[in-house]
Design a binder for this molecule. Structure first.
Ligand code: BGC
Length: 541
C-alpha cells in the first residue's frame, strides 16, 4: 500500500505553491530567484509539504508574470540558470520534496522564436500556421477577424505591421497581446510540447501543472461565438491522452490541469484514466464561508470525482485570486474572478480566524491540497498598492477598473521588523519588486517560528498530523451530526474534523480527544469560526 501511495503521490499530496518572483531573493536585486528557493528548502521540508509547484520559471518578458514564455527549455535569467534549476530539483528531492512545474501550452510570448519567425515570414507562411493569423474584416482589414474579447479585457486580436510599415494581418491572443495563441491543429505544436514534457521529465520534474488546460483547441473556422469556440472542445482530450502516455512512460509523473469549468460532468472528462491525473477544483476556493454552501461544494466535488476514480484537489488561494484572509473577512465571503472587489471593507481579524479553521478543513478533506506561499503566514491581500506599481496586465486591459492580481503576489516576509523583511539579503541593491506593508512585521516566518499560536505553527502541526494519519491520506469522508452549525466529518473510524460555522459554541462529541484546534477552546467547547481535529472514542459494534 505504501509503495502504491508513493507511486501515486499526487492522490493525497500537500503541495506548496511558489511564485518565484515573490518567494525569496538570493542575489539582492529585489526579485525572488532559484537561489532564494534553495535556501528555503529546509523551511518547506519543516513545514511538512510533499511537493513544490513553481509558477513559470522560463525566460519571459514578464508581460503576464511569466505566463508569456519565450523559451520552454530554459530558465529566466532573473531567476537563475538551467544548471541551478537542475540542482534545485536534486536538492528538493534530497529533502523528500517533489517538483511540479508550470507548462503554458495555450500561448507563448511574442518574443518566442516561433512567433518572431511568424511575424518575419509574413502572411500565408508556414511559420504563421503555428499561430492564428487572419486578415481583418472591413474594407481595409481594419476590423478584427471576429469579435472575441480577451480574458484580460479588450479585443482578443492585435493587428501586425508588415515590413513596409503598412498594417497587416491580425493574430489571436485569448490573454494579453504579448501572449499569442498557438494553433493546436498544427502537428509541430503538438510535437513541440511533447518534447518539452520529456525535456523536463528527463531533468527529474515530478509533475506539470497545465495552464489554461481547457482552452488549447479552437473552432478551426474561428466562426463560433466565444467562449464555446475555444473552451473545452472535444478535441482537446486527444492532447492529454498523448501527454498521459508520456507521463506513464516515465512513471509517477503527475499531470495537473488548470480547468475552470462550471459543468462538473465536462470537468471530470479531463480526469478519465487515460488523461490527466488531477485538475484544480476552484468551486471550493470561490465558495462562501457558509455551512450549507461549503458542504454542498464538498459533496459535489467528491461525487464528481468518484466515478472517474480521480482524487479531488482543495485550494484556498493562489496567485490569481484575492487572498482568503481578506475574502473571509468580507461581508460577502464568496469570490468570483470577474469581480475581485479590491478595497471592499474586510474584518481581517475575523478573516484570519476563518482562515485558520479553513486550513484545518482543507487539510482534512480527501485528496490533494494546495498551500499558496504566505497562506501559512496568514498573509492578507495587499489592497493599497500604488497604482503606478501595479504590473498585472488585467489592471491596464480592464481600463484600470480591475486592480488585478498584484496584491496576492507581494514578496514574502521572512524576518526582521522592516521591509524587505529578509526577502532580500542585507546588501540588496534594490527594493522588492512590489512593496511590502509595514504591518507584515508581525507576519514574518521568523517571528511566527516559535510562537505556539501562530498560523505557521498551526500549518506545521496540521501537516505533520496529516502525514501521520493513514485515514487522512487514503479513506473517504463520512459526514456526521456534531450539533447546530457544525460542518463535521469523519475520516476512517476515529479521526474527525469539526468546523463551527454556527452562532454558538459546540460541545465536542462524547469521548473525543482534541488533536489540534484552530483557536482556543472555551470551557471545553469549540467556539464559533473555529475548527478542530479530533480522535473519536471507538464505537461499540
Ligand atoms: C494563470 C494566470 C495567467 C493565465 C494566462 C492562468 O490561468 O494561472 O496567472 O495569467 O493563465 O496564462
Amino acid at each position: 500500500m505504501a509503495e502504491k501511495n508513493s507511486e501515486q503521490w499526487w492522490r493525497s499530496a500537500a503541495i506548496y505553491q511558489v511564485y518565484i518572483r515573490s518567494f525569496a531573493d538570493g542575489n539582492g536585486d529585489g526579485i525572488g530567484d532559484l537561489d532564494g528557493v534553495r535556501a528555503q528548502l529546509p523551511y518547506l521540508a519543516e513545514l511538512g509539504v510533499d511537493a513544490i509547484w513553481f509558477n513559470p520559471w522560463y525566460p519571459s518578458p514578464m508581460a503576464d508574470g511569466g505566463y508569456d514564455v519565450a523559451d520552454y527549455r530554459d530558465i529566466n535569467a532573473a531567476f537563475g540558470t538551467l544548471a541551478e534549476a537542475e540542482k534545485l530539483i536534486a536538492d528538493a528531492h534530497g529533502y523528500g520534496l517533489r517538483i511540479i512545474i508550470d507548462i503554458v501550452p495555450n500561448h507563448c510570448s511574442d518574443e518566442h522564436r516561433w512567433f518572431r519567425a511568424a511575424l518575419a515570414a509574413g502572411p500565408g507562411s508556414p511559420e504563421r500556421a503555428r499561430f492564428w493569423f487572419r486578415p481583418g474584416r472591413g474594407g481595409d482589414g481594419e476590423l478584427p477577424p471576429n469579435d472575441w474579447t480577451s480574458i484580460f479585457g479588450g479585443p482578443a486580436w492585435t493587428r501586425t505591421t508588415d515590413e513596409d510599415g503598412t498594417p497587416g494581418e491580425w493574430y489571436l491572443h485569448l490573454f494579453a497581446p504579448q501572449q499569442p495563441d498557438f494553433n493546436w491543429d498544427h502537428p509541430e505544436v503538438r510535437q513541440e510540447f511533447e518534447a518539452v514534457l520529456r525535456f523536463w521529465f528527463d531533468r527529474g520534474v515530478d509533475g506539470v501543472r497545465i495552464d489554461s488546460a481547457a482552452l488549447l483547441t479552437k473552432d478551426p473556422e474561428l466562426a463560433e461565438p466565444a467562449p464555446s469556440a475555444f473552451t473545452d472542445r472535444d478535441d482537446v482530450h486527444a492532447i492529454y491522452r498523448s501527454w498521459r502516455r508520456i507521463a506513464d512512460e516515465y512513471g509517477s509523473r503527475a499531470l495537473i490541469g488548470e480547468v475552470w469549468m462550471p459543468d462538473v460532468e465536462r470537468f471530470t472528462r479531463y480526469l478519465r484514466s487515460d488523461e490527466l491525473h488531477v485538475a484544480f477544483n476552484f468551486d471550493f476556493l470561490c465558495c462562501a464561508w457558509e455551512l450549507d454552501r461549503l458542504r454542498a461544494v464538498i459533496d459535489a466535488t467528491l461525487a464528481s470525482h468518484a466515478p472517474v476514480g480521480a482524487p479531488a484537489t482543495w485550494v484556498l488561494s493562489n496567485h490569481d485570486v484575492v487572498r482568503h484572509v481578506t475574502r473571509y473577512g468580507r461581508a460577502n465571503t464568496a469570490f468570483g474572478m470577474a469581480d475581485r472587489r479590491i478595497g471592499e471593507p474586510a474584518d481581517l481579524v475575523l478573516g484570519e480566524q476563518r482562515a485558520r479553521a479553513a486550513a484545518l478543513l482543507s487539510l482534512a478533506l480527501p485528496g490533494g491540497v494546495y498551500v499558496y506561499q504566505g497562506d501559512e503566514l496568514g498573509l492578507a491581500e495587499v489592497e493599497d498598492l500604488p497604482d503606478e506599481l501595479r504590473q498585472d496586465p488585467i489592471f491596464s486591459r480592464s481600463g484600470y477598473t480591475d486592480k488585478g492580481r498584484d496584491g496576492c503576489r507581494v514578496p514574502v516576509p521572512w524576518s526582521g521588523i522592516h521591509p524587505p523583511f529578509g526577502f532580500s539579503p542585507e546588501q540588496a541593491t534594490a527594493a522588492p519588486w512590489l512593496p511590502q506593508p509595514q504591518s507584515w512585521a508581525r507576519r514574518t516566518a521568523a517571528g511566527q517560528d516559535t510562537d505556539p499560536n501562530s498560523m505557521l505553527t498551526l500549518y506545521r502541526q496540521a501537516l505533520r498530523l496529516r502525514r501521520a494519519q493513514p485515514a487522512l491520506l487514503t479513506l473517504g469522508l463520512d459526514w456526521f451530526d456534531a450539533g447546530e452549525g457544525a460542518l463535521a466529518f469523519r475520516r476512517g473510524p476515529d479521526f474527525a474534523c469539526v468546523i463551527n460555522l454556527g452562532d454558538t459554541p459546540l460541545a465536542l462529541p462524547a469521548g473525543a480527544t482534541l488533536l489540534l484546534a484552530s483557536g482556543p477552546l472555551l470551557d471545553g467547547q469549540l467556539p464559533t469560526e473555529t475548527g478542530a481535529w479530533l480522535r473519536l472514542a471507538p464505537t461499540r459494534e
